[in-house]
Design a protein around this ligand. Structure first.
Ligand SMILES: Cc1cc2nc3c(=O)[nH]c(=O)nc-3n(C[C@H](O)[C@H](O)[C@H](O)COP(=O)(O)OP(=O)(O)OC[C@H]3O[C@@H](n4cnc5c(N)ncnc54)[C@H](O)[C@@H]3O)c2cc1C
Ligand SMILES: *[C@@H]1O[C@H](CO)[C@@H](O)[C@H](O)[C@H]1NC(C)=O
Ligand SMILES: *[C@@H]1O[C@H](CO)[C@@H](O)[C@H](O)[C@H]1NC(C)=O
Ligand SMILES: *[C@@H]1O[C@H](CO)[C@@H](O)[C@H](O)[C@H]1NC(C)=O
Length: 625
């Protein structure tokens, strides 16, 4: 039996029948889990034949069941008069995906589109073939099903900036209500803050039920440095905190689990999985979108949309689909002989948050997650199976977070330009991490092999307000072919300087008493490409960043929202594609500027707000101000 099927059945048995009936299965679960990890995960479950046949026509067709698309499909199908079809290229989720600790694994499976960037000689130099790996979920729930579950909204100024760029309705006071609409916070002390938190949404947000002593050290270390301990999703964002995650304590709350599982019985709602949308159908004369073409099991389908097609395929695939369908930069489409429908700057403005996972500290006690210890710890597995607690409940080993404005560090209400993302582990803590990040074997063997089995931690320094912009272009007119991603990391030298400031904050933090109690010291094997530079000099760190910084998978901006005087805008502030009727983009690609946040919850907010814009435009709810 496939180990994935076996493990799922074990977990299900326990969940449904309880401990006693499944005792024989418990012992072998661990072996199964290890085997599962070793053999690499293959998505081989057969998709059951669809219960509902696809109709020839719907009111709305939503492309992509990711963070934003799941919400859009839910909110639109609330209207029982509207027929909604949701089309997703990936398959169904697997119960194991709900285990927070093993989050990075899923990027090594077919639940990932596995994009890699075009090498640029400026960054990702120690990665395989100098290519950054840009993971994207290809599964129900999209990237929210393979991500790290970090729950952040960003700074209120980020959204006020969107509004001030010419997007009425997108200021912080406008979008806060949509953050609240989704949220169901399970953290009692934060739930009391009714202005910023809600307990009535679908998306549960929790603290992990388990903490290492180093998570406390991180938060206390921040206090030692003079920063506040705060709720970064509250009134202000600057300071140190434990991690809020999109989990139902101890299990992943993907957008699919939150927004699609509860509505699977709606009669007016159909889902097509493992179905790749290959083209938007647009009348070239009237420029009206009338449906989509998709491929499932090698069979081609055409489905019509009476009202609108909504593109929620994410920051790589939404621009790709627009371009293969004739909406994009004129010259580029001409080069590929794609008949032009609308000349727009699709694929530009690609943003990403660079982060540096290789500033590594070693400690002298067993206080971090080493996967060799966690996966063989019977107590830990039992704690997870029976109570969703213990180390397995911690999302990818990440436990805490800090937001700092290096330009105004003492301001308790700063505008954070860097983040420190705390993980109780480092690249050598788990044999799959370096593959997940994309590093070459040579790099791993030189720097991390020597410290395998040593307890270590990372406070990943990240650049939150990158100035660099990348671009996505088509490789060919074939929708099955991956587009080319010209990434942005460190294209603008200011971002490298900000990365350096963030590295220095991490080094400072490691010297606090809170971390020194554990004998924290910097791992001192230099990055091979930077050996010629004095270790830990500024130039060394700049070099290390170019060699080993990676994108943190917050791709956004490639179908930019803007008003009619913005020459770079692809969609208007109501998310309608300029010049084309019956077509909107609702996902992370509309973000004009990436917020100072991990982008899952912001993408869900875009889905919430986008769905309301649709309802307003069809007269179902009154226009907001
Ligand atoms: C490994 C990883 C870790 C991350 N960690 C975090 C984190 O901890 N916290 C956080 O806030 N953010 C995190 N992010 C980012 C966050 O998850 C994304 O920004 C967010 O999910 C984007 O939402 P979206 O709706 O724009 O796109 P997605 O969620 O990517 O959804 C797009 C969907 O469209 C489908 N699709 C695409 N093309 C087609 C097609 N042609 N036909 C049919 N379907 C199609 C895709 O399969 C996918 O399901 C992470 C991302 C990754 C990949
Ligand atoms: C678009 O937004 C900018 C910035 O707010 C503003 O100056 C401009 O007048 C707006 N244009 C239109 C057509 O509304
Ligand atoms: C196993 O995990 C538990 C928590 O579930 C922890 O308390 C214990 O120290 C771990 N044991 C080992 C040997 O690491
Ligand atoms: C770890 O290092 C700290 C600081 O040097 C020291 O106080 C502590 O005793 C050490 N612990 C162990 C187990 O070596």
């Amino acid at each position: 039996m496939k180990s994935s099927v076996y493990l799922t059945s074990c977990l299900l048995c326990l969940l449904v029948n309880g401990k006693a009936a499944c005792r024989p299965q418990i012992g072998t679960l661990l072996e199964g889990l290890l085997k599962f990890i070793q053999e690499g995960v293959k998505f081989s479950e057969e998709e059951p034949p669809d219960a509902k046949e696809v109709l020839s026509e719907y009111d709305f067709i939503v492309v992509g069941a990711g963070s934003a698309g799941s919400v859009v499909a839910n909110r639109l199908s609330e209207i029982s008069d509207w027929d909604v079809l949701l089309i997703e290229a990936g398959g169904k989720e697997n119960y194991l995906m709900d285990i927070p600790f093993i989050a990075p694994l899923w990027t090594l499976t077919d639940a990932n589109w596995r994009y890699k960037t075009v090498p640029n000689g400026k960054s990702c130099l120690s990665l395989q073939n100098e290519q950054c790996v840009f993971h994207r979920g290809k599964v129900m729930g999209g990237s929210s099903t393979i991500n790290f579950m970090v729950s952040t909204r960003g700074n209120r100024r980020n959204y006020d900036h969107w509004r001030d760029l010419g997007n009425p309705g997108w200021g912080y006071d406008d979008v806060l209500k949509y953050f609240l609409k989704s949220e169901k916070i399970t953290i009692p002390e934060l739930a009391n803050d009714k202005k910023y938190h809600s307990t009535s949404g679908e998306l549960t947000v929790s603290y992990a039920p388990y903490r290492t002593p180093l998570a406390d050290a991180f938060v206390q270390g921040g206090a030692e440095l003079g920063y506040n301990i705060i709720d970064y999703n509250g009134a202000t964002q600057t300071g140190f905190s434990y991690l809020q995650s999109t989990t139902k304590p101890g299990t992943r709350m993907s957008a699919s689990r939150a927004f699609l599982h509860p509505i699977r019985n709606r009669k007016n709602f159909h889902v097509k999985k493992r179905s790749l949308v290959t083209k938007l159908l647009i009348d070239p004369i009237t420029k009206t979108t009338f449906g989509v073409q998709f491929v499932r099991n090698k069979k081609k389908y055409e489905v019509r949309a009476r009202k609108e097609v909504i593109l929620s395929a994410g920051a790589v695939n939404s621009p790709q689909l627009l371009m293969v369908s004739g909406i994009g930069p004129r010259e580029h489409l001409n080069d590929l002989k794609i008949p032009l429908i609308q000349d727009l700057k699709v694929g530009y403005n690609l943003m990403e948050h660079p982060g540096l996972p290789t500033v590594t500290f070693l400690v002298n006690q067993s206080v971090t997650f080493l996967s060799s210890e966690v996966l063989t710890n019977v107590t830990a597995s039992k704690e997870y199976l029976f109570y969703h607690g213990g180390p397995f409940s911690v999302p990818g080993g990440s436990e805490a977070i800090a937001f700092i404005d290096t330009r105004d560090p003492k301001n308790p209400d700063g505008d954070p330009n860097i983040e420190l993302f705390y993980i109780s582990g480092c690249i050598s803590s788990d044999p799959t991490y370096y593959k997940f990040a994309g590093y070459s074997h040579e790099f791993y063997n030189a720097v991390y092999k020597p410290i395998e089995g040593v307890h270590c931690w990372t406070a990943l320094p990240m650049v939150l307000q990158p100035k660099s912009r990348g671009r996505i272009i088509l490789k060919s007119a074939d929708p099955h072919e991956k587009p080319l991603i010209y990434h942005d990391i460190f294209q603008n030298p200011e971002d490298l300087e900000t990365q350096l400031l963030a590295i220095k904050e991490t080094l400072k933090l490691s010297k606090t008493q809170a971390f020194q109690k554990f004998g924290s010291r910097l791992h001192d094997i230099p990055v091979p490409g930077c050996k010629h530079l004095e270790f830990i000099s500024d130039d060394y760190w700049r070099c290390a960043a170019k060699q080993t910084s990676i994108g943190i998978w917050h791709l956004s901006g490639t179908c930019k929202m803007g008003n009619s005087s913005d020459p770079d805008a692809v969609v208007d502030p109501r998310l309608k594609v300029y010049g084309v009727k019956g077509l909107r983009v609702i996902d992370a690609s509309i973000m004009p500027v990436v917020p100072a946040a991990h982008t899952n919850v912001p993408s869900i907010m875009v889905g919430e707000k986008g769905a309301d814009l649709v309802k307003e435009d069809w007269g179902l709810i009154p226009l907001s101000g």
